[in-house]
Design a protein around this ligand. Sequence first.
Ligand code: NCD
Length: 317
Amino acid sequence: MRHLLSTRDLSRDQAVAILDVAEDMADVATREVKKLPALRGKTVVNLFFEDSTRTRISFEAAAKRLSADVINFSAKGSSVSKGESLKDTAQTLAAMGADAVVVRHPSSGAPSVLAQSGWIDAGIVNAGDGTHEHPTQALLDAFTIRRRLHRSAARGRDLSGTTVTIVGDILHSRVARSNVWLLTTLGATVRLVAPPTLLPVGISRWPVQIGYDLDEAVSAGSDVVMMLRIQAERMHAAFFPNAREYSRRWGLDDARLARLGASTIVMHPGPMNRGLEISSGAADSTQSTVREQVSNGVSVRMAVLYLLLSGEREELS
Ligand code: NCD
């Protein structure tokens, strides 16, 4: 694997292999010494042109646990805010000897531009580009689902027979897109539930079932209900009447939580708008995987950096 730009072009076997390496990385996290020497001498740059807490910290923790050197480059307060181009920034990072660059950018496609430009020779990891993709989030979601459903027998499996319902602001969500491609590649059935205004044009060509009514979806049952954040910062028009109306119709509140099957898991990529798309009761319930998703994120990002920077998988001792 040279870059990780999207989940759309991952094969089933590639995806399962990444999840299996992430299992090995999760085992390392249970040891007293959580660090592996695998990427000693390598430099990983976190290049963030958009705000982020958990994704940036997660990549930083992942790189450090593999003994890489980490440079955090936030576009705010850098020459980028003085108008330095992506090209100049990339060339600066190349001159510093970056082996991998983890990029978050408000424009869809920016990581692919970097990967194809020839400005820099490093492995590029997309950490979220505009409304396009967020592949490591989808991988950590798939990892979380697989672990919850199969526990210690998770290795080697895909998600055949699993139904995942993704609810809310699909239109602005790179998490939803990456999950639709990855989860269907892994054999899951994906249902999307949203107000019609928050579904993208062309959705009929996606490999998903579509619904507009959350109560109907709750009654139909699902192994997983994944709630998405209302991305107010990307909304330049009114997509629903008001917050109260949205949460009444499309929020996972305590009453809907009580109607979910006891084994249905509740996911959210964070950051959550508590009381809007998800109630505190649902977010903090035993069915919620929100905190597990965060810790699994480190294992999955370790796996991605490891596969990118050290070539073929070797046995982890
Ligand atoms: C997501 C993102 O930035 O796309 N969050 C994240 O990576 N933790 C989802 C979101 O912002 O709603």
